[in-house]
Design a protein around this ligand. Structure first.
Ligand SMILES: CC(C)(COP(=O)(O)OP(=O)(O)OC[C@H]1O[C@@H](n2cnc3c(N)ncnc32)[C@H](O)[C@@H]1OP(=O)(O)O)[C@@H](O)C(=O)NCCC(=O)NCCS
Length: 149
C-alpha cells in the first residue's frame, strides 16, 4: 500500500535508512525535512514500511532528496513506483523539472533513473564521504513537461 509519510513513521524510516545507506541521514536530518514541509510517501507490506521517498518542491523544481527500498524488497519495482508517484505529484503541482543526486558507484539507482528518462546534467567532485575517502555525486534531471499526463 502506498500512503503519505508522517512524522510518526520516524522510527521505521530511520531503521530502513540506517540499514540501506552508506552515510545514512540522522534523525535530525529527517526532523528538518518534516519541519520544512517536505513531502514523502511510503510503501507498506504486512503493516511494515518497506520503502520511502522524500521530495521538496521549490519554485519550479522538484528535488528528490531520499529514496530507499528495503533490501529484501528491491528489484520488484517498488523504487520505480514511488519515484513515478512523486514525479506525478510534482507535475500536478505545476513543477516542470526534477533533480536528484546519486553516488557515482550506485549503479542500481542510476539505472532506475535512466529508465525513467533522467539525464545526467552535472557532477560534484568528492561530494559524498565514504570510508577512507570521498565519492563524486552525479546530478540527474528530468523534464516533467511531456510526461505524466
Ligand atoms: C535504488 C533503489 C531505490 C531501487 O529500488 P528498487 O525497488 O530496487 O528498484 P526497482 O525494482 O523499482 O527497479 C527499477 C529499475 O532499477 C534497476 N534495478 C533494479 N534492480 C537492479 C539490480 N539488481 N541491478 C541493476 N539494476 C537494477 C533496473 O533498471 C530497474 O528497471 P526495470 O524495472 O526496467 O528492470 C534501491 O536499490 C535502494 O533502496 N537502494 C539503496 C538506497 C539507495 O541507493 N537509494 C538511492 C539514493 S540516490
Amino acid at each position: 500500500m502506498l500512503r503519505s509519510l508522517f512524522r510518526s513513521d520516524m522510527a521505521e524510516i530511520l531503521e530502513l535508512e540506517e540499514a540501506m545507506h552508506v552515510a545514512p541521514w540522522t534523525k535530525e536530518t529527517f526532523e528538518v525535512c518534516f519541519r520544512s514541509g517536505y513531502i514523502g510517501w511510503v510503501l507498506e507490506a504486512n503493516n511494515r514500511i518497506i520503502a520511502f521517498i522524500i521530495i521538496s518542491l521549490q519554485r519550479e523544481e522538484c528535488h528528490v532528496l531520499n529514496l530507499v527500498v528495503a533490501r529484501q524488497y528491491q528489484g520488484k519495482g517498488h523504487g520505480r513506483k514511488l519515484l513515478e508517484h512523486a514525479l506525478q505529484y510534482a507535475k500536478h503541482h505545476g513543477i516542470g523539472i526534477a533533480y536528484l543526486e546519486v553516488r557515482r558507484s550506485n549503479t542500481r539507482a542510476i539505472s532506475l533513473y535512466r529508465n525513467l528518462h533522467f539525464s545526467m546534467v552535472g557532477e560534484r567532485k568528492n561530494y559524498y564521504p565514504i570510508v577512507g575517502g570521498t565519492e563524486d555525486a552525479l546530478i540527474f534531471a528530468k523534464s516533467l513537461v511531456d510526461e505524466f499526463p
